[in-house]
Design a protein around this ligand. Structure first.
Ligand code: ACM
Length: 401
């Protein structure tokens, strides 16, 4: 019997340019899942075949390459994008051609598309718990530093609202271009020293992350006193900047490499076997890994890759991911994810400080009040000033500073 045609899927992550550090990690996550699926017989007898393109971290190229994948390469499903500016380029292409697009990256929220499954955290799953944690432990004077594009600006708009709900203030806000130099960050740090914040919230991405944390160290920044907190500084960026620059700083994410579970051990063993080491395993890598598996499971269930049928099947998709069980929220196409906060130790490893006891429902429009729910306040005249959501935070590691 002739072997069935391979099932081609588009894989659109940059291996060059400003965000290659993190997108190579995502590419590996996709390739690992594809390899596992093929090793276990493929999808309904068909091998998955990745069609890999490198947009070079240039947003407009993601749109052009998505078009190419769908019109020339016989693909109807794409896994891809880190930067929100890249996702915004792909969005109209997949909508016009009715393709399915899996986006495995945390982002600013405030988006929905019938053609997208969002696998990274929305602000209520990372920014809100992070702000609570920082205000409780460090203080409420925040300084925002970001790369200059849509995610940092929008994410900071959301963070500003959360901080204000917690009676905090934003004492400074600076943006550095994606190709910013180490010297660009020297000027930012001079301003941080003038403003004396309690905490720095960084939405700097890619290579800029390395420049920023190294500059903070060079200028005598004290992570134990005034940490840099982020959603985008993952294991791969820490690896690139070195443990000295990263130590003491904080990241909120659904997944960290240090999670102790059988699913995570299997994931890390597979990654090590395929890529030689686990130093670049990140939450964004884990997100694309479980999204490829969710896709394969859905195609197995319906025996088709037809987008309209696939969309229905994905509305009940779940997976025992390395972070724990995750599932798609049919209300908004985002994903129920775990919420964790970790601090980098002297060896450059993330040590989890807190985690929510169960996956958090995605609330991409922040439709439900975050820190201070005024309706709850009426029922409870003297609430914790940090708000009701903190009740759900479990302290897993009390040692800090
Ligand atoms: C991002 O641009 N969503 C990290």
């Amino acid at each position: 019997m002739a072997e069935q045609l391979a099932l081609r899927v588009g894989v659109l992550f940059s291996q060059t340019g400003a965000t290659a550090i993190i997108e190579r990690s995502q590419l590996n996550g996709a390739l690992l899942a594809i390899e596992e699926i093929n090793q276990s017989g493929g999808v309904n007898g068909r091998r998955l075949e990745p069609v890999i393109l490198d947009p070079g971290s240039v947003p407009i190229r993601y749109g052009e390459m998505a078009e190419q994948l769908l019109s020339e390469d016989g693909v109807t499903v794409i896994f891809g994008c880190y930067m929100s500016s890249a996702r915004k380029e792909v969005l109209p292409v997949v909508e016009r051609r009715n393709a399915m697009f899996f986006y495995p990256t945390l982002y600013e929220g405030f988006e929905y598309s019938p053609n997208v499954i969002y696998g990274g955290a929305a602000p209520n799953q990372n920014s809100v718990p992070l702000a609570s944690y920082l205000m409780e432990l460090y203080g409420n004077r925040f300084y925002f530093v970001g790369s200059d594009y849509i995610y940092p600006r929008e994410s900071n708009r959301v963070m500003r609202n959360i901080v204000r709900q917690g009676r905090g203030t934003v004492v400074g806000e600076r943006y550095v271009s994606l190709d910013g130099t180490p010297e660009d960050f020297d000027a930012v740090i001079a301003d941080i020293k003038r403003q004396k914040p309690d905490v720095i919230f960084s939405t700097v991405v890619g290579t800029g992350t390395v420049h920023f944390y190294q500059a903070y160290l060079r200028h005598g920044g004290n992570a134990a006193k005034v940490p840099i907190a982020s959603l985008t500084t993952n294991e791969a960026e820490v690896e690139a900047m070195g443990p000295q620059a990263a130590a003491g700083h904080i990241t909120a994410a659904p997944y960290f490499r240090t999670i102790s579970s059988d699913a995570n051990r299997r994931f890390l063993d597979g990654y090590r076997r395929m890529f030689g080491s686990i130093t670049t395993v990140t939450s964004c890598c884990e997100a694309v890994y479980f999204q490829v598996h969710m896709f394969a499971d859905a195609v197995r269930r319906i025996g088709s890759t037809d987008t309209d049928r696939l969309r229905v099947a994905l509305m009940s998709a779940e997976y025992d991911a390395p972070q724990g069980r995750v599932w798609v929220d049919p209300e908004n196409h985002h994903t129920f994810l775990h919420s964790r906060i970790a601090r980098v130790d002297e060896t450059g490893e993330f040590v989890i400080q807190r985690e929510m006891p169960r996956p958090v429902k995605p609330d991409p429009y922040l439709a439900y009040p975050a820190l201070n729910d005024w309706s709850l306040r009426l029922l409870n005249p003297d609430p914790d000033p940090l708000g009701s959501r903190l009740e759900h935070v479990v302290h897993v590691n009390q040692q800090h500073h």
